[in-house]
Design a protein around this ligand. Structure first.
Ligand code: PFF
Length: 489
């Protein structure tokens, strides 16, 4: 289609896709899951998940966007007009993710500031929960937005606006910085970590294989879940990014490169994280598992504590660490936003600048909820529900649509005419049988777990509102956008 926004080159596309995939998940989720899932042995389910679900799905998404030249809403709408609703729902979820993902970036800005004097001192946990977040007793006690978190939010959304307002051409340039920069910074952190006492103990925990763990089904589900989150699948991101490729662009090889670069970064980040945790354990005279955490606990408590204990240049390492988080997160964030807003350019030919500005303003105001004292709980709930129920459902439905409604064999032949690596029948088998089966099992087990006991013991009303309510909201929004888009046809 003429006039469509385009990547500057194939390299820009691959870099942007890697930028979206490589995010906080690689640093704060992968190493911990690997450690819990049997260390070195975890690489087995991880790579099996990569080859049987991650890469096939990535090829599907990039290929669908490229073929239809549209983001998720119209890409699915081109298969069957009624499916546009589903496309809008998926794209809406990505808008939901970016709104809470921005919270972590806001905290990172605040911590970047506190790194100058290492303000968290020796009790990083108290500092994070009580001084920075000023966390209330529960989700029912919201309070007013906290000013410095609001500034962090403002910086985040302003940056996203500046990067996205001129469209994909600008993104092509930005990712040339935001992709190599965190890798380089991780390397610096890794070298520092490995040269500290106790580092080897940390690495041992991370990697010593424990094959008996592989008998637990939950480890396999964790591997698949991590692959999905890490490759930014089922959120419409890769479909939108694929849609900015030319009609003759290659797909399969680019997908392999993206996936391997992402998983390589995760593996590598594990060394940077665990060497430092090994050092922390050494300094505190504790066993490594006692200092090991994932998620916000790792980034804002354990790692900063280790930084405090460094013999020199603490502030420099604090700054490096939080710039790493910011540069890791920002390209995942704008990719998510683009997955949603591209649906609007596709359909209503609105200007990039306008849509981006409107979205950023609305999103900023919504994200203020997460800057309140009760915001942490809502962040946690929304994250859990969108990832564990929303994205898994989208992935499942997507496989069913492509595997059974669309002509997948014809799609495979199409991809083979444009791609450097030929796709065999394994791709069809993965998408028709393996991936949907695994996603269905994950979904059922998430449901069962939730009904057994509510997540983190939050009151039911809070999870109903922030969890199911948010998912329902996006389904309704998707339906309204679907109605609006079809009425203009
Ligand atoms: N892949 C990102 C990470 O690993 O941090 C997170 C993410 C980005 C998930 C975009 C989903 C998404 F659509």
């Amino acid at each position: 289609m003429e006039g469509r926004d385009r990547w500057e080159s194939r390299t820009s596309f691959i870099m942007a896709a890697i930028g979206s995939a490589v995010g906080l998940g690689n640093v704060w989720r992968f190493p911990y899951i690997a450690y819990q899932g049997g260390g070195g042995a975890f690489l087995i389910p991880y790579f099996i998940a990569l080859f049987t679900a991650g890469i096939p799905m990535l090829i599907l998404e990039m290929g669908l966007g490229q073929r239809m030249q549209r983001a998720a809403p119209d890409a699915f709408g081109s298969i069957r007009p009624k499916l546009r609703w589903f496309g809008w729902w998926a794209a809406g979820l990505s808008a939901g993710i970016v709104i809470y993902y921005s919270t972590i970036l806001s905290w990172s800005w605040v911590y970047l500031w506190h790194s100058i004097n290492i303000d968290w001192g020796s009790n990083a946990e108290d500092f994070f929960m009580n001084q920075v977040l000023q966390r209330s007793e529960g989700p029912g006690h919201l309070g007013a937005p906290i000013w410095y978190l609001v500034i962090g939010m403002l910086l985040t959304w302003a940056l996203i606006y500046l990067i996205l307002r001129k469209g994909v051409k600008n993104v092509s340039k930005v990712v040339l910085i935001t992709v190599p920069l965190p890798t380089l910074l991780l390397l610096i952190l890794l070298i520092r970590g490995l040269t500290l006492p106790g580092a080897i103990e940390g690495i041992k925990f991370y990697l010593v294989p424990n094959f008996s763990k592989l008998k637990e089904p939950s480890i396999w589900l964790m591997a698949y879940g991590q692959i999905f989150f890490s490759l930014s699948l089922a959120s419409g991101v890769m479909i939108a990014y694929g849609s900015f490729l030319g009609k003759k662009s290659e797909i399969t090889n680019s997908a392999w490169i993206t996936a391997l670069a992402n998983c390589g970064t995760s593996f590598f980040a594990g060394f940077a994280v665990f060497s430092m945790l090994g050092y922390l354990a050494h300094m505190q005279g504790l066993p490594v598992p006692d200092v090991t955490t994932s998620g916000t606990g790792l980034a804002f408590v354990a790692y900063p504590t280790a930084i405090t204990k460094l013999p020199a240049l603490n502030s420099i390492f604090g700054i490096i660490f939080f710039i790493t988080l910011l540069s890791l997160g920002i390209d995942s964030a704008f990719a998510l936003q683009e997955a949603f807003t591209t649906g609007f350019y596709d359909r209503w030919k609105l200007s990039h600048n306008r849509v981006t500005l409107i979205f950023v303003i609305i999103a900023f105001f919504i994200s203020l909820i997460f800057t309140t004292s009760g915001g942490y709980y809502w962040f946690d709930i929304v994250d859990k529900w969108i990832c564990d129920f929303g994205l898994v459902t989208v992935g499942l439905v997507q496989c069913i649509i492509i595997g059974y409604v669309y002509d997948i064999q014809e799609f495979r032949r199409y991809l083979n005419t444009i791609s450097e690596i030929s796709l065999g029948q394994w791709w069809v088998i993965a998408l028709r049988y393996i991936t949907p089966a695994v996603l269905l099992i994950i979904l059922i087990s998430n449901f069962v777990n939730e009904f057994r006991s509510t997540y983190n013991q939050y009151p039911r009303w809070a999870t109903t509102l922030g969890g199911w309510g948010v998912l329902f909201f996006f389904a309704v929004l998707g339906y309204l956008l679907h109605r609006k888009s079809t009425s203009r046809l």
